[in-house]
Design a protein around this ligand. Sequence first.
Ligand code: NAD
Length: 716
Amino acid sequence: MTFEGQSIQCAMLEGGIAELRFDLQGEPINKFNRATLDELREAVAAIKADPAVRGLLVTSGKDCFIVGADVTEFLTYFRNTEDQLAAWLLEVDALFNTVEDFPFPSVAAINGFALGGGLEFALAATYRVMASGTRIGVPETKLGIFPGWGGTVRLSRLTGADNAIEWIAGGEQHGPEAAFKVGAVDAVVEPARVREAALHLLREAMEGRRDWKARVEEKKAPLQLNPTEAMMAFEGAKAFVAGKAGPNYPSPVAAIEAMQKGATRRRDDALPIEAAAFARMAKTATARNLVSIFLGDAAVNRIAKKLAREGVHVRASAVLGAGIMGGGIAYQSASRGVRIVMKDIAEPALELGLSEAAKLLGKRIERGKLTPADMAATLGRIRPTLGYGDFGEVDLVVEAVVEKEEVKKAVLADVEGRVRPGTVLASNTSTISITRLAEGLQRPGDFCGMHFFNPVHKMPLVEVIRGALTSDAAVATTVGYALALGKTPVVVNDCPGFLVNRILFPYFAAFNLLVGEGVDFLRIDRLLEKFGWPMGPAYLLDVVGIDTARHAAAVMAKGFPDRMDDSGPSALKAMFEAGRFGQKNGKGFYRYVPDRKGTPKKEPDPEVAGLLRPVQAAAPAELSDADIVDRMMLPLIIESARCLEDGIVGTPTELDIALVYGLGFPPFRGGALRHADAVGLKALCERAEAFLSLGRLYEPTARMRELAQAGGTFHQ
Ligand code: NAD
């Protein structure tokens, strides 16, 4: 028996062993795309038909085993009806069952990543041998679905309900130790020995030295739980997971329910339960949107990687300013292996910058993610200085000094004279025009914006801002540096607020209007958090800093006076004038009290109502919950449309990813434009027009109206 496919090759080894090898031609990884599944069907049929086969070895010809199903095909599958989807899953189940039910044992040699459908297939083998240093897992819940090729059925039977729930609901990857401990794999060996060890195990089983039939039966029998244990495992987990995931992410709970329903049944009766529940999840907007975000992320990274090829590879960088942002940038660069000179004008600032980096590294050591030696090496890559001594050697300088135009201009002009021509200068300014900052420079082509988000080590987005004179090469080098830092860069054109803040401030303007009409800001926060935001607008303003937001609001008002006017009294100004700067000084819209770990915890502050009263209408406006959400979200969506039309950003996908990664826009809604598409542009424009008396903040663009009329969408 031999089989030569594009993704799978089969051959007979000595002693009646068939080797089924995944090796997707022309790709660096193995994945279960439609073609691979078709070939697997043929290969399995060929193995089944050959009476000489007495054992099956499953291997990979790549560094990974199988990274999962092909996500690029998901949205096409999801368009099928629930019944069609369930029927398709049962077909795949039947294929995996054939392997599990072979009258001979099988062993999967997991030499590298086995994720999602890849791990699910490995679970159908009788045994699994895993290479040390690799990871396995079922990340499907992160895409709004759950393991649907028998994963919930087999994992719960192999590892017990508790472990299966943790693996499936958490969606994390697990190392060999954890995998072995829970029983997901049967042996762990060095990478070079995986195939040999798998063969050895297979021969043991074939020779009857292992009771492999009992192993298969264990996977096919109902779960070994009495009713009390089942109740504890499933009911307890459901409540806990539901609380953690929240109502907008239903798939982890649906997975647990499917496991629970299938627990008392044999494999063949449990699989249809899993398939039906999976199909239900695949049809949710959450699944569609999370898959879109996954694909959008890949698309944005592809754009960035392509751009970066035209730039200089940054071997050494520098940052000016060792404050919150400069310190964060130095940490990020050093921990990603890029040396960085950190310059400040004040020795204490340098010390603070370094100690912050050391604190972050210390936390990673505590979590077992870093060794003390790695920490020392990382800190060694940050060179603190008060002088310009090393600047002749760096490829890129990030300017992160105070947000004052004249200071920045002076610093940039100064540093320009200290670096080699071609070294890119990038400003981390949040509010100053990149084109204007370039005015005093000799080589404005080498200058652009590189806008990080706070905290730098956590926030994935970096806006790379092209000023009027910025060269393509400077953009390319900066994009490459952002990628090297593990960030997702989105290139945008210069305008007040760039992309993300330009879209955020109309939302804050809407907040000020609502509070001005007497709406309780606690209610606004509650409703927007229910909508899916990680924090409501008042809380977000506190986190950003009331003073910072106040300054930025003034800049935005100057840039877009027609819709972001800031001249009257407002809730934001009331907080600012009361010296309530938000989390940074422990009081803003809320007050902040450090918990036992020192993390500031917010609580309502009775003083605030009195401070807001002078900027609020005496008789509060009567607005429904839906009105409030629309009043907040419409300006953000309309400004998103404007940014796209004004060419501030290249594509709807880049815009949506920027909002999810830079603002925490609810991922299950897929981004502002995808959300708008889901609501429907016609409905959206009608809703906006109902609020037109409030000003241009609520005025849809002409292009939005055209699209609405034509039944079009932002995303194609
Ligand atoms: P910060 O006040 O914490 O730090 C500024 C640092 O710059 C200080 O350590 C100061 O000593 C130093 N500095 C001042 N003049 C200097 C000079 N001539 N040379 C070298 N160092 C000098 O400020 P920050 O919050 O880190 O902000 C820095 C920049 O990043 C600002 O442009 C800000 O708008 C921008 N930014 C801030 C955030 C944020 O949330 N904090 C987010 C994005 C962008």
